[in-house]
Structures are given as C-alpha cells and as structure tokens.
Ligand binder design. Structure first.
Ligand code: NAD
Length: 431
C-alpha cells in the first residue's frame, strides 16, 4: 500500500517507520525543511527507543522517504494526518490551524480513491471540517475522511506501534473500513480494530486521556493523604489494584502528569464540554489540582533548604518521563521554572533532554553532564524524572560530593535504605 504521512514528529515518524518496516511504501511529509534534510541525510530527529535502527534500515532499503513537497500524496492510497494540535495560549482549546492547513494543502493532489485518516488528537467534529475543506478545494476528489486517533506512549512508541491495545477507527464508509483492514493486515499480531462513528472515535481519544489523567491525579491526592496519616501509598495502590475493576496500572504517585498530551487534551476536552454546556467537573478539578501540584513540589524542595544561605539545588531529570527527550509540559521544567522564579540556584542533569530543555529554560539554570556532576556542592537533589539510572545511583559517592545531604524524591526512585546508610534526609511521595 502507498502511504503518505503528513507531520513527521513524535507520532508521524514512528508511525511511518513502523508501516515501512511492515512492508508498506511510506512517504513522510513535513513543512520544516531542516527536519526533512536531516532525515534524508540519515539523522534521526527525535529519540525513541529502538526507532533509529528501524529508521536506518527502511531509509536505506527505500521503503520510507521524506519530503517537504505535499504533491507526494498524489500516489497515496492512504494519507495519515499527524500534525500538531497545540493548545490555544488563552482558551486552551485545541488549535486546528495545522489540521485545516494540511487538509487544504493536500486536497488538490488527490487522485483515485484515497482515505484521509486524522491521527492527530482533534475536537469532536473535526472530521466534518476536514471533509468540507477538501471537498471545497477539490469537488471531484474521491475520498473518505476518517478518524484514527493515536494512543502510543512516548518512550514506548516503537513497542506501541507494533503491539497496540486497540486501533480505533471512526468511519461508516465500508470502502474506508476495507482500506483500514488492508493497512493493518501486514501486522504479524493482528490488532484489535474497533470501528465506530467518526465523532465517537474523536471523543474516545479525549475520554481515554482524561480518564488516565484523573487516575494519576487521584493517586497523587491519596499519596498526600498517606503522608499526612502515616500510610504507604504503594501498599494502598497495590491493595486497590488487585480489584480487577480498578487495575494496577497508572497508580504511581509523582510530581503531577505532564507531556504533550494529558495537559493539552484534558484542557481541550474541558473547553469543548463548557462550550456545549456540559459539566465535566471531575476533569476540571483534575486540571486545577495537577497544576497546583507543581508549585507544591517546588515548595517541598525549597522547604528543605530554607535555612541554608544561597542554597544550591540539583535536579535529576528534565524530560516529562523517562525514555524520551520531550520536555513539553514537563513537570520537571515547570517545577524548575517555579524554583527559578523564587531565585533558586539550579543545576540540572538529564540523559536525553538537556538540549530540548535548554530551548525553554535557557541560561536560567546550569546544565550538568552527569547526575553526579549536578550534585556537586548541592544542598538537595530533587529527582523529577524516572530515568532508571537514578535508581542505581551510588549514594555513597553522591553523598561525598554534596554540601548537605537532602533528597526530594518526587519519583520514588531512591533506595531509602542506601539513603539512610549515607545519612541522607530523603523524602519521597506518599510514604
Ligand atoms: N506525542 C504523543 O505521544 C502523541 C500521542 C498520541 C497522540 N498525539 C497527537 O498527535 C498529534 C501530533 O503530535 P506530535 O507529538 O507528533 O507533534 P509534533 O509537534 O512532534 O509533530 C508535528 C509535525 O507536524 C508538522 N506539520 C505541521 N503542519 C504541517 C503541514 N501543513 N504539513 C506538513 N507538516 C506539518 C510539524 O512541522 C511537526 O514536525 C497531536 O495532535 C497530538 O496530540 C501525540
């Protein structure tokens, strides 16, 4: 099958590489010339575990190519739109300008029957807009505009591409459904495809992400309660998770959810509901509580050094989670920004996300090349991202480097026995 993917970012690139690996002929289109030049020169533009190897192989064997030229959709049987849908700075609704532009730009090149699948996370009714835009620009085009939301997790994009929990497809067109089956027929483990209406598919994505955000915020609030009453949130979560109606996933307490999806999608869903006069109070409370949590974490860090003159804070972790260099809406970056606004002296280390964080935080903080280097002369280490290497840290060595031995472990990564043996005051979450 000939597949064109518009938008070569965290979704578009792994999706394109994955379909190429399974034998489809893929062209990835992006409007950023530098990105396309890099990809054509064999330089991968984002970090995802296992992606580079597949990218190299499929670029060299010609299964995937990269271009800025939208006319490349001409040969495609199937077009996937995977452009960004960032939040509006004021209203926080999803900004549809890239989706509308992509639909407008591709319309003139359609030839033969083509499925146009929107993978970006888009408000309910966007499929109608995409269809209308294409129809107005190219009245004779033969196409179906369908919804095919993406559920991959950053950091696990390659794994999730090959082993999706489900493929949700919104279309009532039999011809489009047949094309979707053909697209996924190449998978060795046939994915479970759920066909629904276009609007239902669009809403499934938001309803899923908001539900996960609520679950995270819920366990964070329970963690706060555990700290107050002397319970252990892990015992509580384990006990809850054994109930199959609840399940044990997403019950990890932390500094609040972040990333390019949960904050954006909860806000966009709340905006849509308000506009429709529907009360989504649970989602609204989650958004407000999660925002406030970052400040609470900053206060927790500053509190342990409040009696130290000119305290130095080491931060371990900048990415919004491990396995990615993505810092969009990263709790670490938000907590650091708050620390900086309160005049703190911060040195941060992240194994992958230093450069992406530097683009946001600039010179407001210092950047270290290792966790140990960040900890040098520090009065507290704040663990803000769950990179596995922080679990295996030699705390004896770190202790010798620091001025004062404090750890605020917002990811519960640190071995408390080792911390105690090395005379650290170590405070985790919910225990
Ligand atoms: N990142 C994730 O983990 C994830 C998971 C599920 C769903 N999503 C959704 O997928 C969508 C894409 O997310 P992302 O993280 O890949 O975004 P991204 O910003 O990494 O990539 C989007 C790309 O689209 C390109 N683009 C924009 N307009 C274009 C146009 N007209 N023609 C060609 N290229 C264009 C941009 O240059 C950019 O490279 C969003 O709606 C997001 O909510 C993301």
């Amino acid at each position: 099958m000939n597949l064109a993917i518009i938008g070569t970012g965290y979704v578009g690139l792994p999706t394109g590489v994955g379909f190429a690996e399974l034998g489809h002929r893929v062209v990835c289109i992006d409007k950023i010339p530098q990105k396309i030049d890099d990809l054509n020169n064999g330089k991968i533009t984002l970090f995802e575990d296992g992606l580079e190897e597949l990218f190299d192989k499929n670029r060299k064997n010609g299964n995937i190519r990269f271009t800025t030229d939208m006319s490349a959709v001409r040969d495609a049987d199937f077009v996937i739109i995977a452009v960004g849908t960032p939040p509006h700075p004021v209203t926080k609704e999803a900004d549809m300008k890239y989706i509308h532009a992509a639909a407008d730009e591709l319309a003139q090149y359609l030839s033969g029957y083509t499925v146009i699948a929107t993978k970006s996370t888009v408000p309910v009714g966007t499929g109608d807009d995409v269809e209308r835009i294409i129809r107005e620009k190219n009245p004779t085009a033969r196409f179906d505009a369908i919804s095919m939301p993406e559920f991959l997790r950053e950091g696990f994009a390659v794994h999730d591409f090959f082993h999706p929990d489900r493929i949700v497809v919104g279309t009532e067109s039999e011809q489009a459904r047949a094309k979707v089956r053909e697209l996924y027929d190449v998978f060795p483990d046939k994915p479970n495809i759920l066909f629904v209406t276009r609007k239902s598919a669009e809403l499934i994505k938001y309803a899923s992400n908001a539900f996960l955000a609520v679950k995270i915020h819920y366990i964070n609030e329970i963690a706060d309660f555990c700290e107050r009453v002397g319970a252990n949130v892990y015992d509580v979560a384990r006990g809850m998770g054994l109930d199959s109606r609840i399940g044990n996933r997403f019950l990890n307490p932390g500094p609040g959810y972040g990333g390019s999806c949960f904050p954006k999608d909860t806000n966009a869903l709340a905006y849509m509901a308000r506009k429709e006069g529907v009360d989504l109070s649970l989602v609204e409370a989650t958004i407000a509580g999660n925002d406030a949590r970052k400040s609470k974490m900053a206060t927790r860090i500053l509190d342990v050094v409040k009696d130290i003159p000119n305290p130095k804070i080491a931060v371990w972790g900048l990415a919004f989670k491990d396995g990615t260099d993505d810092v969009r809406e990263s709790p670490a970056v938000q907590i650091i920004s708050e620390l900086v606004s309160r005049n703190a002296d911060v040195t941060a280390y992240d194994p992958k996300a230093t450069e992406t964080a530097r683009a946001i935080l600039g010179d407001a903080i210092k950047y270290a090349s290792s966790a140990a280097a960040a900890a040098e002369s520090a009065d507290v280490v704040a663990v803000l991202t769950e990179w596995p290497e922080f679990k295996d840290m030699d705390l004896g060595k770190i202790a010798k480097l620091m001025r004062n031995r404090n750890i605020i472990d917002c990811r519960n990564m640190i071995d408390s026995r080792q911390a105690a043996e090395n005379n650290f005051v170590c405070k985790g979450i919910g225990k």
